[in-house]
Design a protein around this ligand. Structure first.
Ligand code: PHE
Length: 370
C-alpha cells in the first residue's frame, strides 16, 4: 500500500519547484492526467475490499483535490509573476515624438458646423430628431396624404414592424393616420419641423442637421446622406424673409457674393414652394461658385403649408413661416472640391487626412469658417 502522505509530499515539493507554466502542467499530467499516478491509484479502488475502499476512497479523493488546488494556486502565482516581469520590462518612452496620429474632422461634420455658426448668428437654435422615424412625422403630418405616390418617390426604407412599439406623439385632436405607426428611416430632416412645432410654441427659429436615408446609389447619390433643415415660424413672416435669409446664408457659406435664383417647385409641406439655384461655372476640373452662366440647384424651400401648421396645433391665421432643406454632402463637395460623393463615406484614411479638418480649429464668423 503506497503511503499517500509520501505521494503528497513528493508533489508538494515538485509543485514548489516548478518555475514556469509548462513545468507545472507536466506535473499535473504526471499526477492527475488520465494515466497519472493518482488517477491510477483511484482506478485500483475497484479491486479493494469494501472496508479498504471506505478508507482509501475519501483519502484518495482528498489527495486529488489537494494536489489540484496546489497546482491552481501555483499557476496563479506564476502568471502574476510573468505579468509583473512583463510590466517591468516593457517600458514606455514618453519622450518619443508623437508623429501625425491625430484624426481629422470629416468635411460633412465641418460643413454642418459652419452652417450652425452662420445660422446661429441669425438667431437660429439647433434641433434634432431620430433617424428612425414613424410614418406620421416623416409623411402624414407633412401633408403627404396616406397612399400618396410621393411616399414611394422618396425611395423610402421601411422598417419591418415589431409588436408593441409605442405610438407616435401628436397633439390632441389631430387625425391619426392608419399608417401613422409604421417606422421608416427618415427620408428627409423635415420631420424635425413637426417634432419642433408640436413641442414648442412660436416664435420658432431652428436648423436641424442630420442623417437621412433613401434607397438610391450612384455617383451623386448615397443611401445615407446629410441634410440641414431650417424652420422659422412667427407672425407676419413672408417669402421675402425666406429669400433674404437664404441669400445671406449662401454668401456667408461660400465666403463670396453668390448670385441665386428661385424656381417654382412642389413639395407637399410648403406652399408656395421653390428650389434655389446658385450661379456657377466650371474652371478646368473644379467648380467656381458665384460667377458664370450655369445654375446649380442646392436646396428646396417654401412657406410652411397651412395644413402642416394645423397638424401641429398651430393656427395658420395667427402664425406663418418658411422652411428649407439642403443636402450637406453636395454643399461640402462644392465648397471643398471633392469629385465623387461616394468617397465621403468610404472611410479611406488617405481621403480623410487629405480632405479632413483640424478638429481643434473651430469654425467662426470672425476668424474664418475653415
Ligand atoms: N424635405 C425636402 C427634401 O428633402 C426639402 C425641403 C425642406 C423643401 C423644407 C421645402 C422645405 O427634398
Amino acid at each position: 500500500m503506497t503511503d499517500l502522505n509520501a505521494v503528497k509530499d513528493k508533489y508538494i515539493a515538485q509543485i514548489g519547484e516548478a518555475l514556469d507554466l509548462k513545468a507545472l502542467d507536466d506535473i499535473r499530467v504526471t499526477a492527475l492526467g488520465k494515466k497519472g499516478e493518482i488517477s491510477m491509484m483511484m482506478r485500483g479502488l475497484g479491486q479493494m475490499s469494501p472496508e479498504e475502499k471506505k478508507i482509501m476512497g475519501p483519502a484518495l479523493n482528498g489527495l486529488k483535490n489537494d494536489i489540484a488546488a496546489l497546482i491552481d494556486a501555483r499557476k496563479t502565482s506564476l502568471e502574476d509573476a510573468a505579468l509583473d516581469a512583463a510590466l517591468a520590462s516593457e517600458v514606455m518612452d514618453m519622450s518619443l515624438p508623437v508623429g501625425r496620429t491625430s484624426g481629422t474632422l470629416h468635411p460633412v461634420q465641418q460643413v454642418m458646423e459652419e452652417m450652425a455658426v452662420i445660422f446661429s448668428d441669425m438667431g437660429f437654435a439647433v434641433a434634432e430628431g431620430p433617424d428612425i422615424e414613424d410614418d406620421f412625422h416623416n409623411f402624414t403630418a407633412l401633408n403627404f396624404p396616406p397612399g400618396h405616390p410621393a411616399r414611394d418617390m422618396h425611395d423610402t426604407f421601411f422598417m419591418v414592424p415589431t409588436r408593441g412599439e409605442e405610438g407616435a406623439e401628436r397633439p390632441t385632436g389631430t387625425e391619426k393616420s392608419p399608417d401613422g405607426e409604421k417606422k421608416v428611416l427618415r427620408t428627409h430632416t423635415s420631420p424635425v419641423q413637426i417634432r419642433t412645432m408640436i413641442n414648442q410654441k412660436p416664435p420658432i427659429r431652428i436648423i436641424a442637421p442630420g442623417r437621412t436615408y433613401r434607397c438610391d446609389s450612384d455617383q451623386t447619390h448615397t443611401p445615407m446622406f446629410h441634410q440641414v433643415e431650417g424652420l422659422v415660424i412667427d407672425k407676419d413672416i413672408h417669402m421675402g424673409h425666406l429669400k433674404g435669409c437664404l441669400m445671406d446664408f449662401v454668401s456667408a457659406f461660400f465666403e463670396t457674393d453668390v448670385d441665386v435664383q428661385f424656381r417654382p417647385h412642389h413639395f407637399p409641406f410648403t406652399e408656395p414652394s421653390a428650389e434655389m439655384d446658385v450661379r456657377y461655372e466650371r474652371d478646368g476640373a473644379s467648380i467656381k461658385i458665384g460667377s458664370g452662366e450655369k445654375w446649380m440647384e442646392i436646396l428646396g424651400c417654401g412657406m410652411v403649408h397651412p395644413n402642416v401648421l394645423r397638424n401641429c396645433g398651430i393656427d395658420p391665421n395667427e402664425y406663418q413661416g418658411f422652411a428649407f432643406g439642403m443636402g450637406v454632402d453636395r454643399l461640402a463637395m462644392l465648397k471643398y472640391g471633392m469629385p465623387d460623393l461616394r468617397d465621403m463615406f468610404a472611410a479611406d484614411t488617405r481621403w480623410l487626412s487629405h480632405y479632413g479638418f483640424n478638429p481643434l480649429l473651430q469654425a467662426s464668423l470672425v476668424s474664418g469658417l475653415s
